[in-house]
Ligand binder design. Structure first.
Ligand code: PXG
Length: 292
């Protein structure tokens, strides 16, 4: 595997950064996870835009233009000859001194890893995930905007630990008011009476790129999707539930806190969307400039 760091490619063994990097010391930095399907990078521009917005929000200057970063990302995938896979783009604050002050880090670091990811076991895509409600809440936007995909994912990691300790693969995270925000790394949708609902971004979830894709594909399929505040009650009484995310793609969920959602099997709208999603992603992304 060849890993891009600050304009050069390194082997996995040699891909190293400073222990004084504030990305490590303070989780000071931002990232994106992006899929490669069929030799194309899915929604590359959208991910790059979100990355620059995350960076801007935390006063982090990415030391290259959007176009340059797009090119570097395409080149990293080409170097690794990946036709299907997962890209992790990481911008760290860079090496500085001990002490929080980010202005003592002269240059941000740019890391691009092109690899693969398997988030959930394969059979879960057919049978559906079991969810719990995590006691760990999403932080209030007054602490850090949920739109910043920062290198500090401890809040989500804590929630993920709860889910795994409960024997589940994923968990719902509520906001401070107790409304459903999202899952630890995915957005959530419910189906009831043939209509689809998802929490608005203002509920505290990330403005997911897969979420937006799902909304658009549902519209094409003639299925309306409304953004409404949701509670656990809505999940318990839904006909279907599914999650969306770059790593997760579109995946059904069939239980919450051991209560069966709908009839306990992935429902028809979820199944139709999963199929439509996999068809759609094949041909829309930015083509990778492979050498051979
Ligand atoms: N919510 C959160 C908190 C996320 O981190 C999503 C929703 C889905 O957004 P996209 O744009 O990807 O549809 C994410 C992004 C993982 C992992 O290993 C998950 C994400 C990113 C990186 C790693 O679970 N999801």
């Amino acid at each position: 595997m060849k890993i891009y760091i600050d304009g050069q490619f390194y082997s996995e063994q040699d891909a190293k950064i400073s222990v004084f990097d504030h990305g490590l010391l303070y989780g000071d930095g931002v990232f994106e996870g992006i899929r490669i399907y069929n030799g194309r990078i899915f929604k590359l521009e959208e991910h790059i835009v979100r990355l620059y917005e995350s960076a801007r929000s935390i006063c982090l200057t990415i030391p290259m233009s959007r176009e340059e970063l797009e090119q570097a990302t395409l080149q990293t995938v080409a170097e690794n000859e990946l036709r299907d896979g997962y890209i992790r783009l990481v911008i760290t604050r860079g090496a500085g001194s001990l002490g929080l002050n980010p202005y003592q880090c002269p240059k941000a670091g740019v890391i691009i890893i092109a690899s693969t990811i398997t988030l959930y076991p394969k059979d879960r895509y057919e049978k559906g995930l079991n969810l719990i409600t995590c006691a760990t809440r999403r932080p209030t936007p007054a602490a850090l905007s949920p739109q910043v995909k920062s290198l500090n994912y401890l809040n989500n990691v804590m929630a993920k630990i709860e889910a795994i300790q409960a024997g589940c693969e994923e968990g719902i995270m509520l906001n401070e008011q107790g409304y459903v925000a999202e899952c630890t790394g995915d957005n959530i949708f419910l189906v009831k009476g043939g209509k689809v609902v998802t929490p608005p971004i203002s509920a505290g979830g990330l403005d997911g790129i897969t979420r937006q894709t799902a909304i658009e594909l549902l519209a094409e399929m003639g299925i309306s999707c409304q953004e409404v505040m949701l509670t656990r009650h809505d999940v318990f009484t839904a006909d279907e539930c599914f999650l969306t995310g770059t790593a997760a793609e579109v995946i059904p969920a069939v239980q919450l806190d051991r209560r069966i959602i709908g009839d306990g099997a992935p429902g028809p709208i979820t199944k139709a969307l999963v199929e439509r999603f996999h068809e759609y992603v094949k041909n829309v992304g930015a083509p990778v400039p492979y050498q051979s």
